[in-house]
Design a protein around this ligand. Structure first.
Ligand SMILES: [Zn+2]
Length: 152
């Protein structure tokens, strides 16, 4: 078995029509069709660093202004959480804290761990992470990163 990319086929991202990669545009819906980019760890690291850098202003800058006569109030995510907590909306404060602070941090940490493990050629689940070799492709036993459960 061989990959569609090996025989220069791609699927239209809109209508899923399969066509040759060099055709340019889908004849059915007219959208530009390109080959998928090869996996690139540098791009993944750049996106992770950008996400981490943007996490700081997302939590430090003001996100809401409330003007309710005679009071005016501006809040960041963290000050809003503290305000919710102080006004006895503690359940809502916990939900906002988890969704706005904890989940993004866990995602950033998870991506960093995955990228470090790839770079260090971790021995964790080596068969699932192995890229198919030319000989395994011929035998039909190769596993790729997108469909690790079965040969493709
Ligand atoms: Zn199409």
């Amino acid at each position: 078995m061989s990959h569609a990319s090996a025989i220069d086929l791609v699927a239209c991202p809109v209508c899923t029509l399969v066509l040759h990669a060099g055709d340019g545009a889908c004849p059915r819906c007219g959208i530009a069709v390109r080959r998928r980019r090869a996996p690139d760890l540098t791009r993944s690291w750049a996106l992770l660093v950008a996400a981490a850098a943007l996490y700081v202003p997302a939590n430090v800058l003001t996100i809401v202004h409330i003007a309710k006569f005679p009071m005016r109030r501006s809040d960041t995510i963290l000050s809003g959480i503290l305000h919710l907590w102080a006004t006895h909306a503690r359940g809502l404060a916990v939900i906002v804290f988890v969704a706005s602070v904890v989940v993004p941090l866990v995602k950033l940490a998870s991506l960093a761990v995955l990228l470090v493990s790839v770079r260090a050629r971790s021995s964790w689940r080596p068969r699932a992470r192995r890229a198919p070799t030319a000989s395994s492709k011929r035998r039909g036993t190769g596993r790729c990163s997108t469909c690790s459960s079965s040969p493709c």
